[in-house]
Design a protein around this ligand. Structure first.
Ligand code: RTP
Ligand code: MG
Length: 138
């Protein structure tokens, strides 16, 4: 009844550090099911649409540059209340203060003055999940 799907991205820092397996294992250990997988370096066009809510913010350009700097692992993840559940599993945006036990809290840290390199993305509402899954998986 509360079955949902969400888009999870393992960002270029997570792929480069070899954390794809650990992150997928945490998602599966929580009880969610990964139903689609794609590894690719996203185009500028895709990222502009994906991050349109952040256009004009000071971190927007550096974020797009970082996100297009290497392969990103896109996952469709399913389960009851998975949208809220994955964001809880991911932890706070800033890995320095993200709680231990979360993906960002356990596997991330500050790598030089910004919070771009925070390993994962998760859709933040049913509306953005639908929009983002359409963007990344068509
Ligand atoms: P995400 O969208 O990636 O799941 O992360 P989020 O909801 O926790 O964070 P959001 O506010 O949507 O920001 C999107 C991504 O932009 C980068 N960011 N940098 N002040 C900064 O330098 C800053 N703020 C945000 C992060 O990579 C964040 O995940
Ligand atoms: Mg967000």
């Amino acid at each position: 009844m509360f079955m949902e799907s969400t888009l999870v991205l393992v960002k270029p820092d997570g792929v480069e550090r070899g954390l794809m397996g650990q992150i997928m294992a945490r998602i599966e250990a929580k009880g969610y099911v990964i139903t689609k997988v794609k590894l690719e370096t996203p185009s500028r066009e895709l990222l502009e649409t994906h991050y349109e809510e952040h256009e004009g913010k000071p971190f927007y350009e550096p974020l797009l540059e970082f996100m297009s700097s290497g392969p990103v692992l896109a996952l469709k993840v399913e389960g009851n209340r998975v949208i809220e559940g994955f964001r809880s599993l991911a932890g706070a945006t800033d890995p320095t203060v993200a709680a231990p036990g979360t993906i960002r809290g356990d596997l991330g840290r500050d790598w030089g003055g910004n919070v771009q390199k925070n390993l994962v993305h998760g859709s933040d509402s049913t509306l953005s999940a639908e929009r983002e899954l359409g963007l990344w998986f068509g």
